[in-house]
Write a protein that binds this ligand. Structure first.
Ligand SMILES: *Cc1c(COP(=O)(O)O)cnc(C)c1O
Ligand code: SF4
Length: 347
């Protein structure tokens, strides 16, 4: 598998600019993903093929979400009081060129047994943490026995109600999602999975089967999509993706504004682009197919949802709203409600 997952990247020659990119941020690809590419500039190639633009580090940060600073023990990011993000894996099936954690690709190293123990100890002594999100890297690439042990240890902590696993495997290496893996994971319900799909091309017979394997194991499936310039910054493309996800029993969860990661500026879209897409999809595709649009703020301040404004004016007795077709309508207000509403809307 080691050779197989690395195939398709071409040779790395450190004397060229592209070689320098691959030296700094190694390329990782597999035959399945390569088969989804149509040209050098298609949305799939843009996501996974190294580009010289990655050398432009004039803006952004190596660790834009301040994950290292927010880690009380190695690999465990504790940003919100009641939940924790645990980076239990250092490996991904493919390297997404826009990745926020591309700083970790080179010299990737699994957490040691000692570090795993420290993470567990931290979670055990923090009863406020009720939700643990496993990520990485891709937790589903861990040896099944190790993942089983981690999940088992988490389940033995009474205050942890919900376990989540973030993975891109169903869309980028679907064959690795086996019924045996799903059968192991289902022992640890309530367990949610958050997948990662960026383009309708990723919806194939293979990814469909892989999501079915997980959904049939009773795992509620969500998905996050990164809004990427030249890949999916288009309402029709995202509408097709989100409905395609629903058809695989995957509920779109987050549409994410690009993080300000050094060397990924060429993927960044204006904030208005995301809002326009949400507006174009509103009421036009199924409500459950529309994710929340969020900015994960630089510095680790958390995710902020952005919603296109529908309130045009607040009067004492009524509010003026714009519908999805652009029609202006009014809705009556209760006595005295307008001040509160103004504060909520404009503060
Ligand atoms: C995104 C994230 C979570 C989970 O956030 P939700 O909005 O509950 O999905 C938790 N911790 C960190 C550090 C995160 O980045
Ligand atoms: S799957 Fe996620 S963590 Fe892995 S390279 Fe892609 S964006 Fe980064």
């Amino acid at each position: 598998m080691r050779e197989e997952v690395k195939s398709g990247c071409g040779g790395s020659d450190s004397r060229t600019a592209l070689g320098e990119v691959m030296e700094r941020y190694p390329c990782r690809l597999n035959p399945y993903l390569a088969s989804l590419m149509e040209s050098e500039s298609c949305p799939m190639a843009r996501q996974f093929m190294p580009g010289v633009e990655e050398l432009d580090e004039s803006s952004g940060w190596i660790d834009p979400l301040a994950e290292e600073a927010l880690s009380p023990v190695s690999g465990l990011v504790h940003r919100y009081p009641n939940r924790a993000l645990w980076l239990v894996s250092h490996e991904c099936a493919a390297h997404c060129r826009f990745c926020t954690r591309k700083r970790r690709w080179k010299g990737a190293r699994e957490l040691s047994e000692e570090e795993l123990g420290e993470g567990l100890a931290y979670l055990r002594k923090n009863p406020k943490i009720v939700d643990v999100l496993l990520s990485g890297g891709d937790p589903l690439l861990l040896p099944a026995e190790r993942l089983d042990r981690i999940l088992h240890s988490l389940r033995s902590i009474p205050h942890i109600q919900v376990i989540r696993i973030g993975t891109r495997l169903p869309g980028v290496l679907p064959e690795a999602v086996t019924p045996e893996l799903a059968a192991m994971i289902r022992k640890y319900h309530p367990l949610f999975m958050n997948l990662h799909f960026n383009h309708p091309r990723e919806i194939t017979a293979e990814s469909r089967r892989s999501c079915a394997t997980l959904a049939d194991a009773g795992i509620p499936l969500g998905s996050q999509t990164v809004l990427l310039r030249g890949v999916n910054d288009d309402a029709a493309v995202l509408g097709e993706l989100f409905h395609g996800l629903l058809s695989m029993r995957v509920r779109p969860y987050y549409l994410m504004q690009m993080d300000l990661t050094a060397g990924t500026g060429h993927f960044r879209t204006p904030i208005a682009a995301g809002l326009k897409i949400l507006l174009a999809l509103r009421n036009r595709i199924s409500g459950i197919a529309v994710p929340q649009f969020v900015i994960d703020l630089p510095g680790g301040h958390g995710k902020v949802p952005l919603v296109p404004n529908s309130i045009q004016a607040i009067h004492e007795d009524r509010v003026e709203l714009t519908t999805y077709t652009g029609k202006r309508c009014t809705y009556p207000l209760l006595q005295g409600e307008h001040e509160d509403l103004r504060r909520l809307q404009f503060s």
